[in-house]
Design a protein around this ligand. Sequence first.
Ligand code: BG6
Length: 504
Amino acid sequence: MTHVIRRKSKAEPAPATTLFLFGAHGDLVKRLLVPALYNLKRNGLLGDGLRIIGVDHNAISDEGFAQKLEDFIRGEMAGKGDHTLDPAVWSKLAKGISYVQGDFLDDSTYQALAAKIADSGTGNAVFYLATAPRFFSEVARRLGAAGLLEETPEAFRRVVIEKPFGSDLQTAEALNACLLKVMTEKQIYRIDHYLGKETVQNILVSRFSNSLFEAFWNNHYIDHVQITAAETVGVETRGSFYEHTGALRDMVPNHLFQLLAMVAMEPPAAFGADAVRGEKAKVVGAIRPWTIEEARANSVRGQYAEGQIDGKALPGYRQEDKVAPDSNTETYVALKVMIDNWRWVGVPFYLRTGKRMSVRDTEIVICFKPAPYAQFRDTEVDELQPTYLRIQIQPNEGMWFDLLAKRPGQALKMDNIELGFAYKDFFEMQPSTGYETLIYDCLTGDQTLFQRADNIENGWRAVQPFLDAWQQDSSVQSYAAGENGPKAGEELLTRDGRVWHRLG
Ligand code: BG6
């Protein structure tokens, strides 16, 4: 029998390509991208024709750049189980590493890149913009002007960018327009790193390759859905970025809406990029646009104050580096959204994300409606505990059904029991930075896990009423570090007769 899941058949090394890493001295390159390339190389998924070229303004030699990456990765791996850098694998990868010193806004940089492609032996090139977002449009425009985005039947040219894709609907549309002036949608790979996570990809596989899910995956059986991304970290060194961003922009139109789309989308006609992305764009586009009043009533903004996590005293957000002492930026947001389509009408989706919460936990909880009739002596339907399916994205990857079962004994008593699947119990987990699949898919031309322009714009369209409402009233509710958000975040559910699933 043939399986249509496209990843099954993928084991071929990616084609010869010149991969330019703009922002070569930044954290993304050394912490995530180059280690992911190393992991792909170790797994035989990169051919010898891959050349990695760092592009940045600092001066460094080719060897110096390769050495710097090697030292960093060695340091990162030190002391982490038996994962050591294999010198044979690294030296093969390092053979293809070089560096171009140049200003992103200077045309001569692009001439140097053209020269690199010309002597690479392949016309294939990927330009990975691991830069601050303010460079996206400018770099794309210059790549276009230098003719570097012109494809031929033999050679592809691709551009990778990672969120933020704008900071509201208008800026997102402007960025898309600017990119699409110099390249086609097929050349753009917009990364949302949540789609690189195995458990996120598994949502589609579980839903669409096990027929039992489809039987109850609708408003007849599902009462509501909760999507949570709780973090224990604060803003760390990113105060100045976060001050202008906040939890809503940072997490909702991108990561949380991707999770929502995976849960709520219709089955695609095929597991190809167009079909999958089309369904995702449709469901995000079906999120009801709240009026300003509704957006205010269906959202909660919180900000962490001083507190403790695991006995460690932590400062409040306003005391963090590069944060205004009277800042009203939200570090927590909880929202209620409705999806106006046949499958989900009447099923609220509650979303929350926050920094400095009690535990790290990214999870989706599908809460089922109670049984319609209490069969058992002395039980009332409203006494039955809710049952649910919990899909945990991190840290414990897996899924668990929480169901009711009879407690042994003569009395008829019920208890919640768990049926579960943890990734680590079934599969050998490979060391991964989460970027391996995304990089491999970009090199092999599979856009399924990348965001299309309409998906991005639909996300911002759903978020815009909250931004507009908060412009009029930007007050935030305080919660102590180590608490799971402000009280109002709980009330968003209790007023509907529901409660958040306990974290952790
Ligand atoms: C990033 C946000 O996109 O995602 C960060 O900018 C956040 O603020 C991070 O901490 C969360 O990612 P993960 O993979 O740790 O859940």
